[in-house]
Design a protein around this ligand. Sequence first.
Ligand SMILES: [Zn+2]
Length: 267
Amino acid sequence: MLFDSHTHVNFKDFDADRDAVIQRCLDADIWMINVGTDVAYSKKAIEIAHAYQEGVYASIGIHPVRDEISNGVHPNDLDDADFSAIENMAGDEKVVAIGETGLDYFRIVGDEVRAKEKQKELFMKHVELAKKLQKPLIIHCRDAHDDLIEILVSCFKFHVSGPRGVMHFFTGTREDAQKYLDLGFHLSFSGVLTFTHDYDELVRWAPLGKIVVETDAPFVAPMPYRGKRNEPSYVKYAAQRIADIKGLSLEEVAMQTTQSARELFMV
Ligand SMILES: [Zn+2]
């Protein structure tokens, strides 16, 4: 069994064959979380999850650079109504996490200072919602680890128990990784491991019990599907690379990462 902790079968890329893609996974004993990046895609993720008795779940939130990921909304035009819609959906039983949220300074649009402040403000709202509902966070971070860690430390310092979450598509340094582990977060690795050795050392170092796997489909398909549409059934390629790097069997990595994901997302 495998667990794709971060995929986007809710995106329009899957409109033509969504049910077939999901059924292919469930038949192969692969579970998934469809991650929302705005209100519409969050709603869609919940709707999909309700069509399956088990194995398909939703995470809801507003991505820090949603203009690129979603439906053309400029990230600076943050609308309070959008976040209220997320809050109103977050109690749904199929919503197992809050996100995709976080900070992305790689793709800042317009005034830098204002854009960063807006991103932080929105991220903190997601963190507070997750804490209130006792649900884990799914966090995106690019070129912003220092600011993100500062926020997490301030939010979780006096919050000893309760779920934390996962650093999705983790590509930071070992020092950053250690800080996230100290805060109680898991690290998620994707199929990017199949075509670069940049993260091998990090993967070798990270404790297997703190690792989960993901595809981030439809993006970044692993070898041998590079350049094509990614899908959750390809999560096995990331797991296989982790096994190879750590000198473990695929079965061992599949079992441990699945167990970690099921504990983290409480399913
Ligand atoms: Zn994503």
